[in-house]
Design a protein around this ligand. Structure first.
Ligand SMILES: *Cc1c(COP(=O)(O)O)cnc(C)c1O
Length: 232
């Protein structure tokens, strides 16, 4: 077995174990393969093992891979920072965007989503650890933004995303994820007609904690592909 196939197996086993411990169905967590900096051939390899969802952070790099892998039936997720003058290619090429944190971006994505495609699935990125330098809205800003966004035609609000402050302590890891879960539940109560079914949280170092607190999409890069090399 290749390293990548082996890693993928380990991640699936990890998801199965974590969902079991949390008394959740095994298929309630989707694996998003985070493929930033990875060569298209590595993505092909993962795809050949049955992985369909891939997440990218950098638009130009993503567009190059989307073109190179057009023969594969991949579901592309955009998970990186969004500049408002770069929304069109995102609206045209992705099925999901996890990193929406202002109305203007959502509005442009909706306006620019081609009519022949299904509405773009979006998550609102929450700055759950209240870090000054981090993207995302603060929890108290969430209800007002969500209310505006659900009025848009061509985007479908699906839930929330977060990248909490990292910690090696499983107990500390769980706190922000539990807060995210509570935020989503509050939003579900306020907007009962929406399909708010997504909590995009958990990366290689904190996947188990995120699943314990209700993650429905875990975004895994390093544990799947190995350490990233940004020098290339
Ligand atoms: C890079 C990245 C990940 C994956 O992180 P790993 O620690 O490599 O698993 C997940 N989410 C976002 C938003 C990222 O930028």
């Amino acid at each position: 077995m290749t390293d990548i196939a082996n890693n993928l197996n380990l991640i699936h086993t990890g998801i199965a174990t974590a969902t079991k411990i949390a008394h959740r169905p095994p298929d309630s967590v989707k694996l998003l393969a985070v493929s930033k900096t990875r060569h298209e051939n590595e993505l092909r390899q993962v795809w050949a093992e049955g992985q369909q969802d891939f997440g990218e952070n950098y638009l130009q790099e993503a567009l190059d891979k989307i073109a190179a892998l057009a023969d594969l039936d991949i579901c592309w997720h955009f998970i990186g920072p969004i500049q408002s003058n770069k929304t069109r290619p995102i609206a045209e090429n992705f099925s999901w965007v996890h990193s929406v944190d202002r109305f203007k971006i959502a509005q442009r994505l909706s306006d620019q989503r081609p009519n022949h495609l299904a509405p773009l699935n979006i998550c609102l990125q929450v700055n759950i650890s209240r870090e000054k330098s981090k993207a995302g809205i603060l929890p108290e800003e969430l209800p007002a933004l969500a209310k505006q966004i659900i009025e848009l035609e061509n985007v479908q609000l699906r839930g929330l995303m977060a990248i909490p402050i990292s910690s090696d302590d499983p107990e500390l890891q769980r706190q922000p994820f539990a807060q995210m879960n509570a935020l989503l539940q509050t939003l579900q109560q306020r907007l009962p007609n929406e399909t708010l079914d997504t909590l995009s949280m958990g990366m290689s170092g904190d996947m188990e904690a995120a699943i314990h607190e209700g993650a429905t999409i875990v975004r895994i890069g390093t544990a799947l592909f190995g350490p990233r090399d940004y020098s290339k």
